[in-house]
Every structure is written in structure tokens, then in C-alpha cells.
Design a binder for this molecule. Structure first.
Ligand code: ACM
Length: 601
């Protein structure tokens, strides 16, 4: 009997080791289990006073069973931070029959060990199967970028996002705080940025096709974060061992600045914050590099930003600057002549180098999107590669540090399923695309220049926090796995899917949202366009379908291969089942739209 119990717990430990996400370096299941009760003895060694209560609360939240009221239980939970520890990995988590211990040389390591424990304990249980786990991250930069300009989130929503990130060991929150659609950070020396630049006219509907501001219309949609709120968020993130990197996007993406301070443009304005209507290249959204006041302004902004964010980097954006306004401006032409700049690309590079000096003068390093390579890269700049990997590779070949956050694989704003059944957006990055992507540098480049990886969530089409979570998860799980553990030669899609599915009940229990698009098939035409091809993203699903507009239940035919399109059929409905139960959404596919992006009207 005892043997049977031991065998059972050993088996369950090995099952649990399959659901940890990101995958730890080494998991050794052992026999038996630890039981949590409210009488548990806490031993805190080397834990700063202000963190003790928070870490205890994090651990308590792992045990959601009924026996937690058992005050007779005298088991121990020990957290140890010791710079001289024999544990050379990021952390070691040991679960014995009477003691859980998490040891590390750093507080961050102990925090990471706690996140592993929170996943190791089954939902609804007070038992932790015995094991020893040692673990270290693959990359030092494990980032998510959130765009708070196109749509703003509340402080509480940002904190929930940070909670979600922490559970999967993300450690960089790249915060896109300014753009054409709204300026979101209080700058005390430049009050019009938030009085004017934080507000636009309200609009719904598909991005880029929204009507622009009408004459006399009041800009009522928007908001901003006060410096006190920003300090609160930075501290909340820091407690979760996440560092916040602010992005102030210049010289393009600056329409919100120009709405507030039109004198910083070449054209003079007036300008309005853009509500999501088409303007790029036709309404100016660039700062004037020939105006010395532009750099006085940037010095004010970066001084206040540098004081708010402890991270060593300030991200200056630098992407997608339409240089046509510079090309036709006499003052920019004169500046180019004076400085010996041959083209607007070199003028942009000149601008970035000025910004680099300002950022350095406030004790920070400059990071920018890969356009900062154009016309010559500033001396110390770190490049964030988004137009594929090319910019990152080029920068690394110059010996510069890079972060890989390439589109489409790491762009969380793209479709994750068939456009007709997903909220409107553009492009495509299914969970499997994100998971399979290899972000590494080529073999002839020093691998150490790759600081790490990041996924980006642009919010043009994301008005609510529910939807924001839907776009983030589960694709960010794939990025977390890549950032912490996975290597190209160790990828195992079915094993990863199992880990992903194990997170869903946890999200449900927390009231967090996520997409279930992995249960719906990709839909495409055969090469001759005479048949429809359904491609399930994961194994073990049966796709039931019909062309007759009824709701396909399990008695409808199962997809076996390309479906010839019946004469006269306009729609296909599908629903996936697993083990006889519906698991995917009921889809309605308009055959005429199969090859279309829903964002295109
Ligand atoms: C970007 O997506 N424009 C960085």
C-alpha cells in the first residue's frame, strides 16, 4: 500500500513537471508530498523586511485546497537569499515531506522559484509533490511591450498585466507611452503634453478607416499617468522583479506632441491627436530637427523620464519616421547642407545622435527600433529589431547589443486564427508560428550581443483590457518559454501545447482572459482554389463541418482532407471536438472572404 502511494505521488510529480512553463532546467521528482497548512513555520533568511510579507502571500496563493486551515500542521517553508550560496543557478526549489526551501544568491532568484512553486501545486490543492528543481534563465531580457497610447489602460489593469508577466518569469515591461494617438506620461515642465496631447476624439470601428476629427468636435477620449501613478507602477513591477523601460517615440509618431506644441513641427500646424484615421505621410507627425527648441523640449522630457524609471535604458522609438516633411522643408535642407548630410536618412541619424547625447546626460543608455540604423547607428545605441531579424543581425555585426522582437512572430497584435472569426487586425502569427520561431543570431555573430527577446502588443485594435489579455495569452507563453528555456533543437510542440493548456484553468480561476484560437482550424484554399483546406493547429482534434448553414455537432462529417466547394455554397461552418466534446468555437466562414484580411473593408 505504502509503495503504491509513493509510486502514485512520484507519478503525479512527473506529471506536474510536464506543465511548468517556462520549462525549468532540471526537475527531479521525488516520492511523497508536502502539505500546506496555516500553522506553517516561515523561515526567512536574507530576505529584505519589505519583501517578506509579499513573498509569503505569493506562496500562500499557490495553495488553494481546503486543508489550509489546519493549524496543527508544523511544516516549514524556508526562503534563503545568500550571496555566497552553493546554489549557482538562478534558484533551487526543494520540496520535501516537511519542508519547502527556495534558495538563491539573489532575491529575484527566490521570486522565480516561488513562481515555479505556484505552478507546481495543482489548482485546488494543498499538496506539493516532493521534488528538487534547479533552474536558470536563458536570456537576461524577457520582455513584453504594451502600447498605452492607442488605447490607455488603468493602473489596476497594468498591475494585473505585471502579475501575469511575473508568473511566467518575464522581467522587462517595455511601456510605449507616447504616439500619434495620445501622450500618456505627465511631464511637469511641459503641461500641454497631457492637457492637449493626451486627448483625442472618440471613435470605434476599424483602425485606419475611422473618420478624423470633425470641425469643432471635442477630444474627450484618452487620459494619462501622473508621475505618482508611474512611480507606483514602477515599484509594483520592481517587487515582481520586472524592470520598466519607458518609450518616448520620436522623431516620428509625434502627432500628440505637435497637437500640444505645433511650433516643434516643420509645417506649423495646427494639429490634432489622431483617433485612428489615415494620416501617415499626409499630416505631419515629425519633430523638426532644424529647430533648436526641439532639443530643449526633448531635454525636458528625457530629464523627467530618467528620474522616474530606474532601468538603465530609455527607448526613443525612432521607427517609421516619414521624412517627406523634412525633405521639403528649407530649414531642414539648410541643416543638412551645414552638417554635410547627404539624405534624410542621414538627417535622422543626426537626430538620433543628438537624442543619444541628451539621454546620456541624464545617466541613461539609448535604445531604439531598428530604423535607428539608417544613416549610421549612434555610437552606443542598443537596437530592438522589429522588421524581422535583419536589423538586429546588422547591429550585432557592428558589435552592438540587440533585443529581438520581430514581426510577425513576436507581434501580439496580429491575427492568431482565421481572420473571419477573430477580432479585426492584420497579418498573422498563430501560436505555433510564435513557438516555432528561432530568435537567435547567426553563428558568425557573438551570441552574447543578443540581450534577449520580447513580444510587442500594439493596441490600435484593442480597446479593452479583456481583449488585451486575449491577444497576449497564450502567445506570450511561447515567448516566455523561448526567453527562459527553449532552444531551437529542443522544441517539442505537443509538449508545449500541454503546458499551455495547463495554464488555462489557472487563468480561469484568476478571472484572467486568454484566446482559445488554437482549437480552431486555419482555413485556406487549395492551390487551384476549388477546395477548402482546414489545418488544425494541435493534434487530437476532430473538425466537424457543414456547408448547409446548420450548426455542426458531433454527428456531422469529420474533416479528412481538402473539401471540394459545393456548387452554390457561400459559407462553411466548422466546430472542433476532442474526445466527443466541443472544444473549438462555432465558426462561420464566408467562402468569398477566405483569402481576405478582415481589416480591409
Ligand atoms: C513598430 O512596430 N513600428 C516598431
Amino acid at each position: 500500500m505504502l509503495r503504491a502511494i509513493l509510486l502514485f505521488t512520484l507519478l503525479s510529480a512527473s506529471v506536474w513537471s510536464q506543465v511548468l512553463l517556462p520549462t525549468p532546467t532540471q526537475v527531479t521528482p521525488q516520492a511523497g508530498s508536502f502539505t500546506y497548512g496555516n500553522g506553517v513555520k516561515w523561515v526567512m533568511e536574507g530576505i529584505p523586511q519589505q519583501d517578506g510579507g509579499f513573498l509569503q502571500q505569493q506562496i500562500r496563493s499557490a495553495f488553494t485546497g481546503k486543508s489550509s486551515a489546519d493549524a496543527g500542521n508544523k511544516n516549514t517553508i524556508r526562503l534563503t537569499v545568500s550571496p555566497a550560496s552553493a546554489v549557482t543557478q538562478d534558484y533551487r526549489l526543494r520540496i520535501g515531506l516537511t519542508e519547502i526551501s527556495i534558495e538563491s544568491r539573489t532575491l529575484a532568484g527566490v521570486f522565480h522559484g516561488i513562481q515555479t512553486l505556484r505552478q507546481w501545486v495543482p489548482l485546488g490543492s494543498d499538496q506539493a509533490a516532493a521534488c528538487e528543481i534547479t533552474d536558470s534563465p536563458r536570456f537576461g531580457w524577457r520582455g513584453l511591450m504594451l502600447d498605452s497610447s492607442r488605447h490607455i489602460q488603468s493602473v489596476e489593469e497594468i498591475k494585473t498585466y505585471l502579475d501575469q508577466m511575473a508568473l511566467y518569469k518575464f522581467n522587462v515591461f517595455h511601456w510605449h507611452l507616447t504616439d500619434d494617438q495620445g501622450w500618456r506620461i505627465e511631464i511637469k515642465s511641459r503641461p500641454k503634453l497631457t492637457e492637449v496631447g493626451a486627448w483625442r476624439v472618440p471613435r470605434e470601428g476599424i483602425w485606419w478607416f475611422r473618420p478624423g476629427p470633425q470641425p469643432g468636435e471635442k477630444p474627450t477620449y484618452g487620459g494619462f499617468y501622473t508621475q505618482e501613478q508611474i512611480k507606483d507602477i514602477v515599484a509594483y513591477a520592481a517587487q515582481r522583479h520586472i524592470s520598466v523601460v519607458p518609450e518616448i517615440d520620436v522623431p516620428g509618431h509625434s502627432l500628440a506632441i505637435l497637437a500640444a506644441y505645433p511650433e516643434l513641427s516643420t509645417g506649423g500646424g495646427p494639429f490634432q491627436v489622431n483617433p485612428g484615421s489615415k494620416f501617415y505621410g499626409s499630416i505631419e507627425n515629425t519633430l523638426d530637427p532644424s529647430n533648436p527648441e526641439t532639443f530643449v523640449f526633448l531635454d525636458d522630457v528625457f530629464r523627467e523620464v530618467a528620474a522616474l524609471f530606474p532601468n538603465e535604458f530609455i527607448h526613443m522609438g525612432g521607427d517609421e519616421c516619414p521624412k517627406n516633411f523634412w525633405a521639403k522643408d528649407p530649414d531642414c535642407q539648410a541643416l543638412m547642407k551645414k552638417e554635410g548630410l547627404n539624405n534624410p536618412g542621414e538627417l535622422q541619424s543626426w537626430f538620433v545622435k543628438r537624442v543619444e547625447k541628451i539621454i546620456h546626460s541624464h545617466g541613461k543608455k539609448l535604445m531604439g527600433w531598428d530604423e535607428i540604423l539608417e544613416g549610421g547607428l549612434a555610437e552606443s545605441a542598443t537596437v530592438m529589431s522589429w522588421r524581422g531579424k535583419a536589423g538586429g543581425i546588422a547591429a550585432a555585426k557592428m558589435g552592438r547589443q540587440v533585443v529581438m522582437s520581430p514581426s510577425p512572430a513576436y507581434y501580439l497584435d496580429l491575427y492568431q486564427g482565421h481572420p473571419e472569426i477573430e477580432p479585426a487586425t492584420y497579418g498573422m502569427a498563430r501560436l505555433k508560428d510564435t513557438y516555432q520561431f528561432d530568435p537567435t543570431l547567426p553563428a558568425d555573430v557573438d551570441a552574447k550581443l543578443l540581450l534577449g527577446i520580447q513580444a510587442n502588443l500594439w493596441t490600435e485594435e484593442i480597446p479593452t483590457f479583456r481583449h488585451l489579455q486575449y491577444m497576449t495569452w497564450p502567445r506570450a507563453f511561447a515567448v516566455a518559454e523561448e526567453a527562459w528555456s527553449a532552444k531551437a533543437d529542443q522544441k517539442d510542440w505537443p509538449a508545449f501545447v500541454k503546458k499551455v493548456e495547463a495554464q488555462f484553468p489557472r487563468f480561469d480561476a484568476m478571472g484572467w482572459n486568454y484566446a482559445r484560437s488554437l482549437y480552431d482550424p486555419a482555413v485556406s484554399f487549395s492551390a487551384d482554389k476549388k477546395s477548402i483546406v482546414l489545418t488544425p493547429e494541435i493534434d487530437g482534434l476532430q473538425i466537424h463541418y457543414t456547408f448547409d448553414d446548420a450548426e455542426p455537432d458531433a454527428s456531422y462529417p469529420v474533416y479528412q482532407g481538402p473539401l471540394p466547394i459545393p456548387q452554390g455554397a457561400s459559407h462553411l461552418r466548422t466546430r472542433t471536438y476532442r474526445d466527443g466534446k466541443p472544444i473549438g468555437r462555432l465558426t462561420l466562414i464566408t467562402i468569398a472572404n477566405i483569402a481576405k484580411d478582415k481589416r480591409t473593408p
